[in-house]
Design a protein. Structure first.
Length: 230
C-alpha cells in the first residue's frame, strides 16, 4: 500500500584545479623574480643573507603548498571512488536501512514506512537544514505504506534536488499515537550516483548509502515483498 502524496564534497574539482593553477603561476613568477634578482645583484653589495634566507623559506612554503593541493585532490578522488565501489558491492545483498532520509532526484522522492494499525497520518518533509518544506495529511491501512513526493513545497515552489528527511505523526480513530517504523529491509537491485552521495535502489525505494544499518547475503528464506501504491 502506498500513500500518494499523501494520497500516496566539499571542494569541487574545478575550483581546486583553478586554485592549483593560480598557485603554480605564482610559484613560477616567484622563481623567475628570485633568479633575476640573483643574476642582477650588485657584486659589491650582494643580497643580504637574512633576506635571501627568507626568500628561500617562502620558496619552500609555496612548493609545499602546491604538493599539499595535489595530495588533497588525489585523496578526494580516491575517497569518491571507494564510496562508489562500496555502493556497487551491495547489489544483490539484503540490507536494512534507516528510511527517514532519501534523495529528491528530478522532482521525485519516495519514503517507505509501516504503521501497526490503520491511522491518519501527517507527513512533514524537511530539507537538510531541518526546515519543513512540505506537509500532507492522509490515511493509511495497517502495515507497509509508501509516501511519494513530487518535490513541490507547501508554498507551491519546486524544491531543488538533494537530501530530504520525513517525520510522520500517526494517530488512530481515537486520536492516540500509532507507532511508525521507517526502517526498511530489502534486496539492493541498483545504485544511483546522480545525487550528492550514492543511493541504493531497494525495491521501489531509494536509500542513501549513509543510512545503511546492516547488510547480509541473500538466502533462500528471503521473499520478495510487493508494495502497491495508493
Amino acid at each position: 500500500m502506498a500513500v500518494s502524496g499523501v494520497g500516496s564534497t566539499g571542494i569541487s574539482s574545478s575550483s581546486s584545479s583553478t586554485s592549483s593553477t593560480r598557485l603554480a603561476d605564482n610559484f613560477d613568477s616567484f622563481l623567475q623574480i628570485l633568479t633575476t634578482q640573483l643574476k642582477n645583484q650588485n657584486p659589491l653589495d650582494p643580497l643580504d643573507t637574512n633576506a635571501f634566507t627568507q626568500q628561500l623559506v617562502q620558496f619552500s612554503g609555496v612548493e609545499q603548498q602546491l604538493k599539499t593541493n595535489e595530495y588533497l585532490e588525489a585523496m578526494m578522488t580516491s575517497t569518491q571512488s571507494a564510496s562508489n565501489s562500496q555502493a556497487v558491492s551491495y547489489i544483490g545483498k539484503i540490507v536494512t536501512a534507516e528510511g527517514s532520509k532519501t534523495e529528491l532526484v528530478k522532482g521525485a522522492a519516495t519514503w517507505h514506512f509501516a504503521t501497526e494499525k490503520a491511522a491518519t497520518i501527517t507527513a512533514s518533509v524537511r530539507d537538510e537544514d531541518g526546515n519543513v518544506v512540505y506537509q500532507k495529511t492522509g490515511t493509511v491501512k495497517q502495515g507497509e505504506s509508501v509516501f511519494n513526493w513530487d518535490g513541490v513545497g507547501t508554498d507551491g515552489r519546486q524544491q531543488p534536488d538533494g537530501s530530504y528527511s520525513i517525520t510522520i505523526d500517526a494517530r488512530d480513530s481515537d486520536g492516540k499515537l500509532v507507532s511508525v517504523g521507517t526502517q526498511m529491509t530489502g534486496e539492493v537491485t541498483g545504485v544511483d550516483f546522480s545525487g550528492t552521495e550514492p543511493v541504493l535502489i531497494v525495491g521501489g525505494a531509494r536509500v542513501n548509502l549513509s543510512a545503511m544499518i546492516s547488510v547480509r547475503q541473500k538466502t533462500a528464506a528471503d521473499t520478495t515483498q510487493t508494495e502497491d501504491a495508493v
